[in-house]
Write a protein that binds this ligand. Structure first.
Ligand code: FUL
Length: 485
């Protein structure tokens, strides 16, 4: 039996509180499955950034140093962190991750943990610190900064034993505490076994899942850099996209069940238990380090555009490597490619042709258009969303453009703060008085780009064809991509 005074209270509340309560009456849909943390959301917003592979390998013309190279060989003739950062910026990259230490163990900062570092090189007569110079140039030009610090160390005598793990943790602590905010730290899984190892040489086998004490690494980073995305270890914030070609699978889910074999990283798992989005990595050249012999093999803007669609366009982030040459600068050929790519990017995405359109949805959550109306598809907030009532899982929205418009790229996003919901979507265009389906996709996620044959129309329709719960679509864009050079 309901207590009498309680009942009266509820009734009074219902009567007198209603006008006040109305603004809060329509609750957003419940989150579906795993959803991103704040730091992951900021990372999704970042989208595209760069890698800077630079170390002794640049001077020995190798991809993997053995660990026995002399620090004397690290000798850039005209290093300019600013030139590298400006090259990245000119290419539209919004952050840079520097190889502070690659597998050969040479440290680009004057670490206290090993003598195998820049202070033993001729660079600035042993007074240099490339990590600092890069961090400062990034800060100056409003580019985010991140660090790659290889777990595998082919120089260190104690690699394979506890002593090295303590050294490695200390290296991470130095990097995480002395160089300002880091947006991402990258932990490579490569481990070939053989190396110099303090002169003992031979092969060292470790279990990559347990040897490095990742739990401790996470603690060190979280304490110093709570907003830093950790890439590539158990309990990380982001995962490898499954290729080194800058391409992820289609569909690519931001969720996955762990542990999972790397062969499943490119697609992830639908309804996976953790939000662990993919990052697609690729070099602008065939190798990760600069080799003069590859000057004629720099990727063209057209190739970079293709990569953009196969990574960002499938909801992943993209990290493009731009390796400095022996001067310590980005080579002219790479600069030309980066500039061409940015020109293509601006020409394509600089003008959203859907701006100013009107939207009519088949259903709006609680009829509350101010909170959940289809106008949210066209506002400047990436994640504010058109939402429907809980029982409506296959709604559609008609979009009327201001005038007949030619386009060949469609952009969709869903409100990933509420999880990855949509499993099927179709776009129709009104052509000669009839709806014609022009594109479909098996998911949406943080960003979905669909290239279509150029079409001119003033009416479109977006249909959610499959979703286990009410969808939350947050962005609709139309663009006209010029042919890339
Ligand atoms: C790989 C490394 O072995 C390469 O040298 C490079 O650093 C690439 C980004 O990751 O696993």
């Amino acid at each position: 039996m309901v207590h009498r005074s309680l009942l009266i209270g509820v009734l009074l509340g219902a009567t007198f509180c209603l006008p006040w309560a109305k603004a809060h009456a329509i609750e957003p849909p419940l989150i579906y499955g795993a959803a991103p943390s704040q730091r992951q959301l900021a990372w999704h917003e970042l989208g595209m950034y760069g890698f800077v592979h630079f170390t002794i390998n640049t001077f020995t013309d190798r991809e993997w140093g053995n660990g026995d190279e002399s620090p004397q060989s690290f000798n850039p003739s005209d290093f300019s962190a600013e030139q590298i950062v400006l090259a990245a910026k000119a290419g539209g990259l919004r952050g840079l991750i520097l190889t502070a230490k690659h597998h050969d163990g040479f440290c680009l900062w004057p670490t206290k943990t090993t003598p195998h570092n820049i202070s033993k090189s001729p660079y600035k007569a042993g007074q240099g610190d490339i990590v600092r110079e890069m961090a400062e140039a990034c800060k100056k030009h409003d580019v985010k900064f991140g660090i790659y610090v290889s777990p595998w160390d082919r120089n260190h005598a104690e690699y394979g034993q506890d002593g090295y793990v303590r050294t490695y943790h200390e290296q991470i602590r130095e990097l995480a505490t002395n160089y300002g905010p880091l947006f991402e730290m990258w932990f490579d899984g490569a481990n070939g076994g053989s190396g110099f190892y303090g002169g003992k040489r031979g092969k060292r086998r470790i279990d990559g899942a347990t040897y490095y004490r990742w739990d401790k690494v996470v603690q060190i980073i979280r304490a110093a850099q709570p907003d830093c995305v950790i890439w590539g270890m158990p309990n990380a914030d982001a995962r490898w996209g499954g290729s080194e070609q800058g391409i992820v699978g289609d569909p690519c889910w931001a969720t996955i069940n762990l542990p999972a074999p790397e062969s499943q990283f490119s697609h992830g798992h639908r309804n996976g238990k953790v939000w662990l989005p993919a990052e697609a990595d690729v070099s602008i050249r065939p190798g990760w380090f600069y080799h003069a012999g590859e000057d004629s093999k720099v990727k063209t803007p057209a190739k970079l555009a293709e990569i953009y669609f196969a990574s960002i366009g499938r909801g992943a982030n993209l990290i493009l490597n731009i390796p400095p040459d022996r001067r310590g600068r980005v080579h002219d050929t790479d600069l030309t490619a980066l500039n061409g790519f940015k020109k293509w990017f601006d020409a394509t995405f600089g003008n959203n042709l859907a701006a100013g359109a009107t939207c009519q949805a088949s259903n709006v959550r609680g009829e509350d258009a101010a909170q959940f109306g289809p106008g949210k598809l066209l506002d400047s907030d990436s994640w504010s969303a058109w939402a429907t009532n809980d029982n409506v899982t296959d709604p559609s929205v008609n979009i009327t453009l201001k005038r007949a418009t030619k386009f060949n790229v469609i952009r969709l996003r869903e409100d990933i703060r509420s999880g990855q919901r949509i499993e099927g979507i179709a776009i129709d265009a009104m052509v000669e008085g009839q709806w014609k389906q022009i594109a479909t996709a098996g998911n949406v996620g943080a960003c979905r780009l669909l290239r279509v044959p150029a079409i001119t129309t003033d009416q479109l329709r977006v249909r959610v064809t499959k979703s286990p719960v009410s969808p939350m679509l947050s962005d609709f864009g139309l663009f006209l991509e010029p042919a890339a050079q």
